[in-house]
Design a protein around this ligand. Structure first.
Ligand code: SF4
Ligand code: SF4
Length: 199
C-alpha cells in the first residue's frame, strides 16, 4: 500500500527466545522493581486522613456569596455564563417580590443557578466577570460521585449558608491585586464595595 509519509514501518513478529518463553526472568524482573519501591519515599498519601498543601492559586468548588445581611448577591445578569468557555453555567431569573429584600439583594435574582462540574475547567473567568462579587471559586474539592447528574450543582450546593459562622470564606481569593482593582474609582461596581475585602 502506498503511504503519504515515509514514517511507516513494517512490523515484524519477532520470535521469542528460549529465556523469554520461560517468562521467569521477566517475572523476577517485575518483582525486583516492586520490592525496590518498598524502600523508596512514598509518592502517594493516605487521603483523606492526610491532605496535601494547596497552592495559593488553587481554584476549586464555586460558592455563591450572600451579602452582610444574608441576601443573595447574584442578580442573574448572566455575565458569568457568557464568560464561561466551557458553557457550564445556566440560570433562570425571577423578580423579587415585596418582603423578599432580606433574601435577594437586587430586584432580579437567580431562581435557578446551575454549574455542571463535569464541564467546568475551573478557569475562574466566571469570578472575574461577575460585577456583583457574587461568585467565587474556593479551595474546596468537588467530591466524587457515581452519576453524571450528581455533578450538576444547583443553588442548594452553591449558595453559602445564611448563618454567619457557616459562611464560606473567599479571603484567599482576595489577593493584593484584587484589592487594588477594587479601589479603582472608574470601575462602576467598585462603588458598591469601596475597596473592601470580602471575608
Ligand atoms: S470556572 Fe471557568 S469553566 Fe468553570 S464555571 Fe467558571 S467560567 Fe466556567
Ligand atoms: S454570579 Fe455574578 S455574573 Fe453570574 S449571574 Fe450572578 S451576578 Fe451575574
Amino acid at each position: 500500500m502506498l503511504t503519504l509519509t515515509n514514517r511507516s514501518k513494517v512490523v515484524v513478529k519477532k520470535q521469542m527466545t528460549f529465556w523469554e518463553k520461560l517468562y521467569i526472568p521477566a517475572i523476577l524482573g517485575g518483582l525486583r522493581i516492586t520490592f525496590s519501591h518498598f524502600f523508596k519515599k512514598k509518592a502517594t498519601i493516605s487521603y483523606p486522613e492526610v491532605q496535601r498543601e494547596f497552592a495559593p492559586v488553587y481554584r476549586g468548588q464555586h460558592v455563591l456569596k450572600r451579602d452582610e445581611n444574608g441576601a443573595e448577591r447574584c442578580t442573574s445578569c448572566g455575565l458569568c455564563a457568557v464568560a464561561c468557555p466551557a458553557e457550564a453555567i445556566t440560570m433562570t431569573s425571577a423578580e423579587r417580590k415585596p418582603g423578599e429584600e432580606n433574601l435577594y439583594r437586587e430586584e432580579k435574582y437567580a431562581a435557578t443557578y446551575e454549574i455542571n462540574m463535569l464541564r467546568c475547567i475551573f478557569c475562574g473567568l466566571c469570578e472575574e466577570a461577575c460585577p456583583k462579587e457574587a461568585i467565587f471559586l474556593t479551595d474546596r474539592i468537588v467530591p466524587s460521585a457515581d452519576l453524571r447528574k450528581n455533578f450538576v450543582y444547583g443553588k442548594n450546593k452553591l449558595v453559602e449558608p445564611i448563618e454567619k459562622e457557616k459562611r464560606i470564606s473567599v479571603a484567599r481569593r482576595q489577593t493584593e491585586d484584587v484589592s487594588e482593582f477594587k479601589k479603582q474609582p472608574n470601575v462602576a461596581h467598585n462603588k458598591l464595595f469601596e475597596g473592601k475585602k470580602l471575608k
